[in-house]
Each structure stands twice: as C-alpha cells, then as structure tokens.
Write a protein that binds this ligand. Sequence first.
Ligand code: CP
Ligand code: NVA
Length: 323
Amino acid sequence: MSTIRHLTNIKDLTDLEFQTLVFKAQEFKKTFKEGNAEDFAANNKKLLGRTGALLFSKRSTRTRISNEGALSFFGCKPMFLGKDDIQLGVNESFYDSIKVISSMTSCIMARVNKNSEIQELVKHSSVPIINCLCDMYHPLQAICDLLTILEKYGVDNLKNLTLCWIGDANNVINDLMFACLKFGISVKIATPSDIKMDETLAKEAAELAKKNGCVFECNHDAKYSATGSDILVTDTFISMGEEWQKTAKLKQFEGFQINDEIAALAKPDYTFMHCLPRHTEEVSDSVFYDEKHSIVFQEAENRLYAAMATLDVFVNNKGDFNK
Ligand code: CP
Ligand code: NVA
C-alpha cells in the first residue's frame, strides 16, 4: 500500500496538520516580504531539476500562477498540461495517463471536474496529488483563506470569530467550513432554500464544531446569517461547468447578493472575502471594492504562500508535517 500523502481536502487532515500548513504559509510569506526570498530560495532548491505537472481540465488564474510560482521557488519546473495539450480523455484513458504522468514528475497538481477523478489519481499515482479544485473541494483556497483571516485578526482572536457564507453549497465552502472549525472559528452558512449542504459533510462539520467549542449552522436566510458576523464570504453562483444553468441558478440566488444592505447587518468592522473570480450578481461593487472591509486582493496573493506551504509538506517533506 502506498504511503504517499496527498492533499485531497481539508476535512481529512487533523486539526494540527491543517494549522501547520497555515502557519507554514505565514512563514513563507514573511520570508518573501522581508526580502530574504532569494537567499531562502537558493537554500531550498529541494526539487531542482525535477518537474511538477499541473493537470488542469478547467480554466484558472490564481491556482495556476500560485502553483507555478511555488514550484519555481523550490527549483522545480512547472509543466502545464491543459485539457487540449495531452492525449487524456480523447485518445488515452485516465488510468494510462496517470501512470505515465506520475512516472516522470514529482507531483501532480490537478484541477478536475469530479472528486472521483481526484480519488482515481490518488489510487494510481506514484507521486503526491494536490487537489487544485474539483466539484467537492478546493483545499488550497481554504489554506489561503485561513492565512488571510489569521493575518487580519491574529491567532489569539480566532476563537471569537464567526464566518458567514452566503452562496452555493459546493467546493469552496466544503473546505472552508472545516478550515474555520479546525481553528475554532464559528461558521454560519446560508444557501437558497432548494440548495442544501452535503448531509454527510454537514454532520461531520457539526461534530467538529462541538469538539472545538464553536458553532456550525446551515440555513436559508442570508440576512439572519449575516447578522453579527465578523467575516462575510461568497463565491460565484455559477461554478465552472454550470454555465448552461445560468438563468435557473441566478433565479435561485435572488436575494443572496452581498450588498450594502447585507453588509450593514454584520459587525461594523466586518471583513469581506471572495476566492475570485468574482461577478456582480454575488457581491456588489460597493462591498467588493470597499477598501475598509474587503481583503480580496490580499486573499488572492496569499494563494502563492498557501501553494508553497503545501508543496513543502507534501512534496519536499514527503507528507511529514513535523519537518
Ligand atoms: N480562486 C481560484 O481558484 O481562482 P482560479 O480559478 O483563477 O484559479
Ligand atoms: N465554485 C467555483 C470556484 C472557483 C475558484 C467554481 O467551481 O468554479
């Protein structure tokens, strides 16, 4: 049986493992910002002469840039394999592709459609798999988001916070909720009445909240959830691959835009976050570009440090969180 550690989602990490990734990301950022990055990189070419595959079947700005940057930081050549670049899915089976790609690279960073594809990769790959988004999870985003929250509030204040999610019930929140709960941050989720969180995940999240002494709540009332919250978060209402459902989904999400009216219900010093890419239907310009509250571009930049921390643990240190 393989002993390789893969990053498939946040819930399957222990609280301590997840916290380690976030603190490591914070350290990488400090190194970069303090101007020691070149020295640090010179001493950390742990993957020099090797290649990291980015197997992406969907578009990306942040995930591609941050992962290519992080691989380069460790001396590893990023190899971007988009859906039109290789034989995968057209002329070659997924199994054959995984065997071949993993035989020639040090890791596979995969953006795929289904979580089952991530599971297939994990089953057959001889190198670590980093889930770069599937329908169920987006773990790199959650590491970055907790780094951003940590920077904003400080480690000692996290347990008093409530994060309010107003949006869809899929990849980003499925990891973000476990990420928050692992730091003792309460989570209130509002989805439209006909969109429900995955029952198994919600049950597991409720148990984790109980263990860590915080609150986990799912409802269908955006105003109720926003009330008194510290952090407001949303994501696109039309995820990649759902474009054909646009009209129906926009109707489902009526009343769920985070705008001045919703923001006024949160704490006066609330913070707004969004993984990007962003559209006006889920958040108004007035909230998104409000520099007093919105930290969306700091959040986007933090994807780089989340990628560095992830590669360091899963590839450089072969899944050893104590190194
Ligand atoms: N947040 C995020 O994953 O952005 P990209 O789709 O641009 O990678
Ligand atoms: N839920 C979005 C996240 C994009 C980063 C999507 O899957 O398209």
